[in-house]
Design a protein around this ligand. Structure first.
Ligand code: G3I
Length: 470
């Protein structure tokens, strides 16, 4: 837990602070002469990252590893941004090109650059119907489910402690008016594939915020937005680990910035998750484009849990939609009117600093039931098993009266070993392992449940666990 808090409070790393101090010194020299005549603004950042940081937020960019040798590109990146998202280098085809063979070289270049310069990293993405390697495209059923969970576990474990937020699942809902899940090989493994991916990600890196990320989820009245909202609400209700929602926010004439965007941001935030604008680009030019950037930034700053904005590229020529000139810098690296509007909006916006709490799975016990005689409990286990490892989720259910604590015994098959657990205190790693409640999930009201989990190597438990209440 201390580790979690340390990582959370260290979000604006030493490098960022150093860069912030440098900016402050430089800016300080510039405003000194003017101080007699004007009271300079106490919080006027001169770069996107510094200005966002003054509001407790980050401002990031999607970065391509093969551009890190472009000095103009890197100059802007290091000057303006305090978060990066690898544009393609952490996708499934990049990180597991052959089943069981993981390659992190290009992703590492970006992660190392970010860490050396005090920037956060958004991981993108662990599970997606697109950009799958060929071997995965040809899989289905339980083999695919296991392969997907193994991918999530291996990649998130490799980057454990280095990722601020993971896009655990990307683009799982269909466009249009149905609000249905997108058909894909992953969806056909069962409707619970998304929560299984989130549980595996939490097990692998308990300190990273876990996001669901999608596009066309900006307009509050769209069916797809409502479908994602319902997914997040369901996860929060059932204690499935989720910390954030990513709105990609690719805007153009066919998919314009909606007037109810702030309502969408606030509505997601009200579910108890952070909201991140993850892939912002706005096609257009001049004042019109600048004003839309201004609106997006102003909306984010008005919502306390809108914790950061990432633009999907640096210069227009770096964009996946370069002909739409959708970014903040032109092809030569000059600041566009959209840049100025964005910086002004960051400096002018609300001062609602988002909370910097670590990821948590919320306690599921409302504190309203009066104390009763401690009663019994039962426990059941559900398993995601793959070749060589597993994630187990254990549900503890109180009997006919409220319990104030619980101890669960889980018998592991020979050769199996617990490597990691969450929402519990574990004793032992093999044989019969004992799991006790932690401070926030000991109280369970009559007939209600709480969940904890653990990850292990070998074969997961198949017998029903014992449960003792206190
Ligand atoms: O690097 C190769 C190059 O060697 C090769 O010659 C060329 C021929 O096609 O392809 C190049 O790779 C391309 C890669 O971008 C790098 O430019 C891929 O074909 C191309 O599919 C890939 O497109 C990416 C796309 O996702 C698909 O994964 C875009 O760069 C990237 O901006 C885009 O990002 C997505 C987010 O992940 C999810 N949300 C939507 C967003 C925009 O589509």
């Amino acid at each position: 837990m201390n580790d979690l808090f340390a990582r959370a409070s260290g979000r604006f790393g030493a490098g960022a602070l150093r860069r912030g101090a440098l900016v402050a010194v430089t800016a300080g020299a510039a405003v000194l002469a003017a101080t007699v005549a004007f009271a300079p603004s106490a919080s006027a950042g001169t770069t996107l990252g510094a200005s966002a940081a003054e509001k407790g937020r980050y401002f990031g960019a999607a970065v391509a590893a093969n551009k890190l040798s472009d000095s103009t590109y890197v100059g802007i990146l290091n000057r303006e941004f305090n978060s990066v998202t690898p544009e393609n280098e952490m996708k499934l085809d990049a990180t597991e090109p052959q089943q069981g063979v993981f390659t992190f070289t290009n992703a590492d270049r970006i992660v190392n650059h970010a860490r050396a310069n005090g920037m956060k990293v958004r991981g993108h993405t662990l599970a997606w119907h697109s950009q799958q390697p060929g071997w995965m495209q040809n899989m289905s059923g339980t083999a695919l489910r296991s392969a997907m969970l193994n991918h999530v576990t291996q990649v998130a474990t490799y980057y454990r402690g280095k990722i601020d937020s993971w896009d655990v699942v990307n683009e799982a809902f269909a466009d249009g008016s149905t609000g249905a899940r997108r058909d894909s090989n992953l969806q056909r493994t069962g409707n619970d594939w998304i929560e299984a991916a989130f549980r595996a990600a939490r097990a692998a890196d308990p300190g990273a915020k876990l996001c669901y990320n999608d596009y066309n989820t900006d307009n509050w009245s769209h069916a797809k937005t409502q479908a994602v909202y319902n997914l997040v609400r369901d996860f929060k209700t059932r204690g499935v680990p989720i910390d954030c929602v990513g709105l990609q926010s690719h805007f153009n004439s066919g998919s314009p910035y909606p007037g109810n965007y702030r309502t969408t941001l606030q509505s997601f935030a009200d579910l108890g998750v952070d909201v991140q604008i993850t892939e912002l680009d706005i096609e257009g030019s001049g004042t019109t484009q600048a004003n839309t950037y201004r609106s997006v930034v102003t909306d984010c700053l008005a919502v306390a849990r809108c914790t950061g904005i990432t633009v999907w590229g640096i210069r227009d020529t770096d964009s996946w939609r370069s002909s739409g000139t959708p970014l903040l810098f032109d092809g030569s690296g000059n600041k566009k009117p959209a840049y100025t509007a964005t910086l002004e909006a960051l400096n002018a916006g609300g001062t609602t600093n988002p909370p910097t709490t670590p990821p948590t799975t919320p306690p599921t016990t409302p504190p309203t039931t009066p104390p009763g005689t401690p009663g019994g409990c039962t426990a059941s286990v559900s398993l995601n098993q793959w070749n060589g490892g597993f994630v187990a989720t254990v549900r503890v259910t109180a009997g006919s009266s409220r319990i104030n604590g619980w101890t669960v015994g889980v018998a592991l098959p020979g050769g199996a070993s617990v490597t990691n657990s969450w929402n519990t205190q574990a004793t032992g790693t093999s044989g019969t392992v004992t799991f006790r409640n932690v401070s926030y999930n000991g109280q369970v009201n009559a007939g209600t449940t709480t969940e904890f989990g653990f990850q292990g190597t070998g074969t997961g438990p198949t017998a029903t666990p014992t449960c003792t209440a206190s």
